[in-house]
Write a protein that binds this ligand. Structure first.
Ligand code: 6PG
Length: 227
């Protein structure tokens, strides 16, 4: 398993800024970015929109989604729309959102179709749950062993307890760069296990490494305290 290049910064705000700068660099270069959900990336998306209002060269994808409508407060797309897309002057070349409102199986089928032509991603952004989950791939779930497919449906293994759609582990790892953004003391155990421990199904983050490219992590001091 390749090692992770870890950058430790003072706090969540600085972590968001470092990640925003990387997002903006990719937005300028074009290619593809896979966004993550949860609450940690919100600030990074806001800063990224301030730094660069023209995202017309890049395509956006999502690593996972909750099975709710896009305007639901639990929607990962909805969060990114408010924090990033609604603040841009020029929209991305394509916004490939997972259609959670269709229900799990139909949304998976639609995204599978949408991903059919997509090659290696340029940048996959991932958060990390306090239990070590990434995207909607939860500890010790059989979904961690799914190969030969790009996208799957899952029960929730963590709040919010709504059904999920997720890229599979091999599809998330099919990227030039995989970038973790993690902040907060409640993530310290998970960070140590995911970024510096042995690969284990108990900690899905420990299984997420770019297959052929680089894996980086931007972690605030509180989350890095057990490294
Ligand atoms: C989701 C996510 C998930 C998230 C982590 C961290 O849809 O829930 O994509 O994997 O990244 O749960 O979330 P927080 O940033 O909210 O802690």
């Amino acid at each position: 398993m390749s090692s992770v290049d870890i950058t430790v910064v003072a706090d969540a705000e600085e972590a968001a800024r470092v990640v925003a700068e990387r997002l903006v660099e990719q937005a300028g270069a074009g290619g593809s970015i896979v966004l993550t959900g949860g609450s940690t990336p919100r600030r990074a998306y806001q800063i990224a929109a301030e730094l660069e209002p023209d995202w017309s060269g890049v395509e956006l994808w999502w690593g996972d989604e909750r099975c709710v409508p896009p305007d639901d407060p639990q929607s990962n797309y909805g969060m990114a729309k408010k924090a990033l897309l609604d603040r841009l002057e020029a929209q991305p070349a394509a916004v490939h959102r997972m259609q959670g409102e269709l229900g799990r199986d139909e949304a998976v089928a639609e995204y599978k179709h949408e991903l059919a032509e997509a090659g290696t991603f340029d940048l996959v952004l991932l958060g990390l749950g306090p239990d070590g989950h990434i995207a909607s791939l939860f500890p010790n779930f059989p979904t961690l062993d799914v190969t030969g497919r790009d996208v799957l449906g899952s029960q929730a293994g963590h709040e919010p307890f709504v059904e999920r759609i997720s890229l599979t582990l091999p599809r998330l790892c099919n990227t030039e760069e995989l970038l973790f953004l993690v902040a907060g003391a409640d993530k310290a155990d998970a960070v140590a296990r995911a970024l510096d421990g042995r690969p284990s199904h108990a900690t899905p983050g420990s299984l997420a490494r770019s297959a052929e490219g680089t894996t980086r992590a931007v972690v605030d001091r509180a989350a890095a305290s057990k490294l």
